[in-house]
Write a protein that binds this ligand. Structure first.
Ligand code: SAM
Length: 243
């Protein structure tokens, strides 16, 4: 299934099939590591969000596709993943940060890859709380952020196309230990189809490690491992268990 077509609307494809495959494989490997940490041999796996299956295709290869469940707010993306990879899909509906149609306490392993990276602190906190209700106690999730490594990159270049004042705001917030969130510039090209679909609530966040630790503390979660830049030498990776 790794060789399945890349959907023409997939914002995660930036022109290099090698890079697309590498990022997808890396996340599937991180999910496999989460399964080891959870001591789950044939886990039920949740991927939220799935987009158009950059990661899903590798999850369907590494795990039994019947045990892989995916969710996204973009209906055509969920439908594509279900039809192409044989996984179970959930179309996320209002209230969109609560995932009410995804079963609670069902998954040994879950991936929250590249979602809170695009949300305000308030929405990201709601997502974290409801996403972790989907894990069984003892389950382990992979959560990614724009964190320490993104701070380094953004310090040198406007890699997220947010413009200079927004970039300064993100850096200042992060350096003060605060969650930073801004919108893209009107003429940005990154994630353009996704922003068109979702609207202005979807922008760019920069997230200090302490924010993740605080949310975990509030929600009875424990960070097992932290890997700065651990996904594609870009997003920070947390392995987090539900106690
Ligand atoms: C950057 S993409 C990441 C997709 C996938 N995790 C990957 O790495 O290829 C972010 C995805 O989040 C989805 N999304 C945004 N808000 C969402 C919400 N409230 N619930 C579910 N999915 C959402 C978008 O539709 C988009 O597919």
């Amino acid at each position: 299934m790794q060789s399945a077509p890349i959907h023409p609307h997939d914002d995660m494809f930036h022109g290099s099939t090698e890079h697309y495959a590498s990022v997808g494989t890396q996340m599937a490997d991180l999910v496999s590591h989460a399964a080891e940490l959870a001591r789950a041999d044939s886990p039920n796996v949740l991927e939220l969000p799935c987009g158009y299956g950059r990661v899903t295709r590798h999850l369907a290869a590494q795990f039994d596709p019947q045990n892989v469940h995916v969710a996204d707010i973009m209906v055509p993306a969920v439908d594509f993943c279900v039809e192409t990879f044989g996984v179970t899909g959930y179309r996320i509906v209002d209230p969109v940060y609560e995932f009410q149609n995804v079963p609670d306490s069902f998954f040994e392993v879950a991936a929250l890859g590249s979602l809170i990276t695009y949300l305000s602190g308030r929405n990201a906190r709601t997502v974290m709380r409801h996403f972790f209700e989907k894990l069984k106690p003892g389950g382990v999730a992979v959560v990614t952020t724009h964190g320490a490594r993104s701070r380094e990159i953004l310090g040198t270049v406007d890699c997220y196309q947010v413009g200079e004042s927004a970039r300064a705001h993100l850096l200042d917030s992060y350096d003060a230990g605060q969650f930073g969130f801004v919108n893209y510039m009107p003429d940005h090209s990154l994630e353009a189809k996704t922003v068109d679909y979702i609207g202005d609530s979807y922008g760019i966040a920069l997230i200090p490690q302490n924010w993740v630790n605080d949310v975990c503390h509030e929600s009875n979660l424990t960070v097992l491992e932290y890997r700065p830049g651990g996904w594609d030498n870009h997003q920070d990776v947390f392995f987090i268990t539900r106690n």
